[in-house]
Each structure stands twice: as C-alpha cells, then as structure tokens.
Design a protein around this ligand. Structure first.
Ligand code: F6P
Length: 540
C-alpha cells in the first residue's frame, strides 16, 4: 500500500469537509432536504450488482458526496485499490498481499494466483458434491464445522442465509466456542459413522478450534473405534503440515494473502459449498466478482462500496455517531450482524495509522443488530427516542423464498416504516392531539406529549436485494468488504491485521495452568488484585 498517500485529516478535502459540516451538515434537516429537492432519492441512491442502496435518508447532500469524492482522490484511493487488487503488499504489518478478490475471479481472469485458486476450488467443489452424494445415499446425515472467527462466522452466516438452497438430507452444525456447552449438545445428536467433521483454521493453531477438534476426534474414536478418522475428518487451512500432524489427510489449502475474515470465498467456504452444491457456490463467487468489478471500475460517485465507506467516515468523524445498527429484514440474514462485527471491527478497530502514529480521530463504529421485525420489539425504542443518534442500515429483500405473501408485505411495510419514523419523527404538537387512553387521567397533556414525541431526523440507509440467492449474497458481502476497505484506507490504517486479539490470547495461556487441575491450580502469584480474587473464587 502506498505510504505516500496522505491521511484523511491532512488533506485539503478534509478541511473543506469540516467547513461544509459546520455550514450545512450539522444542521441538515432531512424533511426540509426532501422538500427542497424532489429528486433527492434519485440523486442519493446507487445501483451496484445485485444491490440497490438508498442513501437519501442520511445527513448528507450532493455537496457532501462531492467533498467526500475529493477526499477519496486526495487520499489516492483509486491507485491504492488498484495496487491491492494487483497483489501489492496491502497488509504491511504482516508483510502480506490482500487478495481475497482473487478467490472469486473466474478461471483465466488474469488475476494473481488464478491457476492455484482454481485448482483448490475444483477439488473442493468436487469433494462438496461427493459429500452431497453420500448424504443423498443416506451414508452421511450430519456435517460439523469446527472453527472460530473468520473460520466460522462467514460460513455460518452464509449457510443460514441460503437455507432455501440447502441440501435437505444433511444437517449442518457450527461449533466455535471453547465453551463445552457449544460442542456437547451437537455431539449428543450425532451418529459417528454418518458424520463428517471439518476442522477449519487458517493457522491450525487457534486454541479454541484445536481444543474442540481434539474433543471431536476423541468422541469419534470412542463412538466408532473401527471407523477410519481420515474418512470422517477434513481440514481447511494454510498450515497443511499441522493438519497432517492432527491426523487429517483430506485437506484443502489456502494462502496467507487471504485474511481470516475474508476467507469464506475459498476453502473456508467448504460448508457453504456442501450446503448449496458446487454450481451454486460458483454463483456465490460470481456475485462477489461482479461487485469486485464494479468496485474496480466505477468512479467514486457511482461506486457503491466507496460511497458507503466514505459516508461511514462522514458519519463517524463529522457527526460523531459511535455505532451503526444493521437491521436485515430477512430472517436468513440473522447472523449477518455478527459476521459484520468481525469484518468491520476487527478490520478497522485501530488507533494508529500505517506509520504507527496515534490517530487524532475515531475509527470503527460499534456494529450491531438483529433482524427486523424482532429488533423493533427490543432496542428500536432507543433508536427512536434515546439520547444517542445511531444510524440504522436496513436490508430489504423484495422477493421471499416462502409462499406467505401476506407475511412478506407486512415485513416490508415494517422495514419502510422504521426508516420513515426515524426520519420524520413526531412533534410534541402532533403528539398532543392524539389520544393516549392508558395515560394517568391527571397527567398534564403537555408532559405526556413530550414523552410521546419523536425527535426524528435520525439517519438510515436502506439496501435492497431482489431476492436472497447465492449470487446476491456474494455481491452483498463483497460490497461490505470493499466498503470497510474504503473507510480504512481513508483513515490511513491497516485494515488487514488484528494485533488487538493477541494480548488476551497470551494472557489466557498464562492463566490456564492456574485453572487446570495440577500443581499450579489456584496460584495467584504475580496477578493483579481483581484477577487474583476472581481466580480464587473460580478455583476454591
Ligand atoms: O480472533 C483472531 C483471529 O485470528 C481471526 O482473525 C481469525 O478469523 C480467527 O482468529 C480464527 O483463526 P484461525 O482461522 O487461524 O483459526
């Protein structure tokens, strides 16, 4: 990645944005902006492959986007994007290229490592289809993916999202947590001889995954002593020798230029390929590749991921909003918020720039959410009337994969209504005219109206998919990946390392012997007062 590109806050465009924020952005009233500009929806929305996005309910106008476009140019985003896609080292603190896009490029695309990628892809999809055939024949009933973080969240999210396309004869389980409450109930449901375990770990050293893999292997050999482990365990990793040492001979590799949270397009996607079949997995890749081409070719003003990523900077650094709620109005996308938490917060939760200098501005927001309409009956109260303004990202899917048209109409009505309510709000004057039969009869009407007032002018984005298919899901995820890159590149940080997870891992290894039966159990030597107190409580 170019080290000559200026950091966002050191550009003329940033200063211009700051002026624009003071003059227009801070006080922008959405209702007035719509009244002023009847074409606001058209001019502040974009179409990218498989995804339409309405940005018009954000606290922006066309001038804001022009300033953000100037910022993108001054920060050399097009050149840095091209360098990343060409395979230059975009992750300098780990000395690696960042080429998850190469995993979804078609054969012969001329992208880096194309032959190697397709070699593994063909082998993996042939294996996936053979697993499906064994399930068809009744020889396999269950598939258990053991992995964590990027080796779990992406496949688990995608398998759930693509439920309508899933092989009906195979139950898929995802075990991630080192908490035995995760694996124990899964093992209790399995018949060993009809189960396939996938041990998924980029490094094949992750404590949680290795511990669960050990439990699974021990359970398997006890339950089916004469059955060959090699036939019931497959491995997905960049560390083939470690997988072989564990006893897994059927392995699918990938490369260090694929970050864990960007890895579901390759062998880590094996459970997805088994669930939906090789052909549909290729559609999933094709959807993502179409988004890659859009990201690589479109100018800023029509580039969906860049617009969203730049808008995230505007929202975070100028409006100062600290979190973003993701509300997919499709139950299949229930795990999307969790997946996006890793994608965005592990990528952009950084406090130093590429040169190691402390940042004087905020980076990743907290990303969280739940599917609608469930969230409406839980935390939406706070979104509408709480003291914090939290931008909401709605995801609407036009066509359902079920036959209940009335439910779908109600779902979409709710999705649109929430964005409307956040934006329009309700004044105390209007609230005062409404009846509230359950209010205490002696309560002052003006006081009641203040409780029933909605401030409004709360921003939201709405993404629309025609249908949730392998192709549209692929495009949607790639849109998010490039969006995260865009805000990270503008902030001048490394979006592809994750040093922040290391300290806790090291301390856990140091504490482990103090919790396990043995000579050091309960030993509090050298611990801080709180940890010592807790350790005593947990071991006495
Ligand atoms: O939590 C840190 C992390 O390194 C993630 O980035 C990664 O996705 C996860 O652990 C799992 O790592 P692995 O696939 O190597 O087991």
């Amino acid at each position: 990645m170019s080290t000559t590109a200026p950091r966002c806050d050191r550009t003329a465009a940033w200063a211009a944005l700051a002026g624009h924020y003071q003059a227009h952005g801070r006080e922008l009233q959405l209702s007035e902006a719509f009244a002023r500009d009847p074409r606001r929806f058209e001019s502040l929305s974009f179409s990218a492959p498989e995804v339409f996005a309405d940005l018009s309910k954000n606290l922006v106008d066309l001038a804001t986007l022009r300033f953000l476009g100037a910022l993108a140019l001054e920060c050399q985003l097009p050149a840095r994007r091209d360098a990343m896609l060409a395979g230059e080292v975009a992750n300098p603190t780990e000395g690696r290229a960042v080429l998850h896009t190469a995993l979804r490029a078609p054969q012969g695309a001329g992208t880096p490592f194309n032959a190697e990628v397709h070699g593994v892809l063909d082998a993996m999809l042939a294996f996936a289809d053979s697993v499906r055939a064994r399930a068809e024949a009744g020889a396999l009933t269950d598939l258990v993916n053991i992995g964590i973080g990027g080796s779990d969240l992406g496949p688990a999210m995608a398998v759930r999202a693509l439920e309508a396309f899933r092989h009906r004869g195979l139950r898929l389980h995802f075990v991630s947590n080192v908490d035995g409450h995760d694996i124990a109930p899964v093992l209790a449901q399995l018949e060993a001889r009809r189960t396939l375990f996938i041990i998924a770990s980029k490094t094949f050293t992750t404590q949680e995954t290795m511990a669960n893999a050990g439990v699974a292997r021990a359970w398997f050999t006890a339950a089916a002593p004469d059955a060959p482990v090699a036939e019931h365990f497959a491995g997905v990793t960049t560390n083939l020798p470690a997988a072989a040492a564990f006893g897994v001979t059927r392995t699918f590799g990938f490369w260090d230029w694929v970050g864990g949270r960007y890895s579901l397009w390759g062998a880590i996607g094996l459970p997805i390929a088994i669930a939906i079949g090789g052909e549909r997995f290729r559609e999933f890749l094709a959807g993502a590749h179409a988004m890659d081409r859009h990201f690589a070719a479109e100018p800023f003003e029509r580039n969906g991921p860049m617009l969203l990523g730049a808008l995230d900077l505007w929202t975070r650094n100028f409006h100062g909003f600290t979190s973003r709620c993701v509300a997919p109005y499709h139950q299949g996308l229930a795990r999307l918020p969790a997946y996006l938490q890793q994608l965005e917060m592990e990528s952009n939760g950084k406090c130093v720039d590429l040169a190691g200098e402390a940042l004087p501005f905020a980076t990743s927001p907290v990303v969280w959410g739940e599917p609608g309409t469930n969230g409406q009956h839980a935390f939406f109260q706070m979104l509408h009337q709480g003291t914090d303004v939290i931008p909401v990202e709605f995801i609407a899917v036009k066509r359902a994969a079920h036959p209940h048209a009335d439910l779908q109409a109600k779902l979409l009505a709710n999705c649109l209504a929430q964005g409307q309510a956040l934006m329009l709000g309700k004044s105390a004057e209007v609230a005062a005219t409404e009846s509230a039969p359950t209010a205490a009869p002696d309560l002052d009407r003006a006081v009641l109206a203040r409780h029933r007032r909605f401030p409004g002018n709360r921003p939201s984005t709405t993404l629309v998919l025609e249908e949730l298919t392998p192709r549209s899901l692929g495009a949607l995820i790639a849109l998010y990946e490039h969006r995260v890159w865009t805000s990270g590149a503008l902030w001048g940080i490394n979006s592809f390392d994750q040093w922040g997870v290391e300290l806790g891992k090291a301390l856990a290894s140091e504490l482990l012997p103090r919790l396990q039966p043995g000579a050091r159990q309960g030993d509090i030597t050298g611990l801080d007062g709180s940890t010592a107190g807790l350790l005593r409580r947990l071991t006495s």
